[in-house]
Design a protein around this ligand. Structure first.
Ligand code: C8R
Length: 255
């Protein structure tokens, strides 16, 4: 009887998790359109879901190439918004609190696909046309999981759309704010070319006991990796001060 019960629970729970994942995806997509006044736009959330799903269903969860997300990324392209691109590495929560108030900056999570898939975990399985949200690879289990390949592909397209002055918030509380294995270092920085990108402005976010400064060795690596012609700036900024700006947007950096 226990076995039968387990089988019933699994049989019901799996399609249920797909239904709720898909429903959540469509809901967040519609919410994004509402918020941005895109209701009558060409973006059809059901169609976007279809292209998304096609990238990973039926595949080994560790063998989803970045290219599989191309049709999705082509259907929902990132607009070129000069001087507004905001990147981050190990400062995710703070940066998103910031861009929620400072609309002149936009992170990948402030775009349709980024906002729909932020914090989500999903995968497919060989021989199945379903989406799973449990039993999927963890972040460090494999390089080409659906989740990692999606963020790698989306980050590349987002960086390709950057132009003018680009801002990045890096963590001053870690030894290597410019970490050579990060998405920012491996995928975004190599896509910046002069004159499309005029400058890269590093905001090094410090906490009370942070020891890192703009003289940090890893930041020298960053300067060396930047295409010649792109201006580089680094400003140290206490986290408290950024939170002050967030709570009092009047008293904020001009934008
Ligand atoms: N970017 C990358 N990864 C993202 C992401 C995003 O916008 N959004 C989410 N949720 N993730 P990190 P990083 C997930 O080490 O590697 C873009 C992915 O699972 O703090 O330098 C964004 O434009 C991913 O593995 O930062 C930003 O500029 C981790 O969060 C960089 O890339 C990445 O967390 C940040 O990537």
């Amino acid at each position: 009887a226990v076995l039968v019960l387990v089988i019933i629970v699994v049989a019901v729970a799996v399609p249920l998790s797909l239904r709720t994942f898909k429903r959540g995806f469509i809901q967040r997509c519609e919410d994004f359109k509402d918020k941005k006044g895109l209701i009558r736009s060409k973006y059809d959330c059901e169609k976007i879901w279809g292209l998304f799903e096609e990238a990973y269903v039926g595949r080994d969860p560790c063998k989803v190439p970045v290219e599989a997300f191309k049709p999705l990324l082509n259907a929902v392209p990132f607009k070129r918004k000069c001087n507004q691109t905001m990147l981050w590495s190990k400062t995710k929560a703070l940066v998103h609190d910031f861009t929620k108030k400072r609309k002149c900056f936009e992170t990948l999570e402030d775009t349709l696909l980024g906002s729909v898939l932020d914090e989500m975990n999903w995968c497919g399985k060989e021989g199945s046309n379903e989406t799973f949200t449990t039993g999927c690879p963890e972040r460090n289990d494999c390089e080409t999981s659906a989740v990692r390949s999606f963020w790698n592909g989306a980050s590349a397209a987002f960086a390709d759309a950057a132009c003018g002055d680009v801002t990045v918030m890096l963590a001053g509380s870690v030894a290597t704010p410019f970490y050579d294995k990060s998405v920012f270092a491996t995928i975004e920085v190599p896509r910046f070319y002069s004159p499309r990108v005029r400058s890269l402005n590093v905001v090094l976010v410090t906490q009370k006991n942070s020891v890192t400064s703009c003289e940090n060795e890893s930041l020298k690596d960053l300067q060396r990796k930047l295409d010649g012609g792109i201006k580089y700036n680094c400003t140290k900024m206490p986290e408290d001060k950024i939170y002050d700006w967030i709570s009092d947007p009047e008293d904020c950096v001009p934008c």
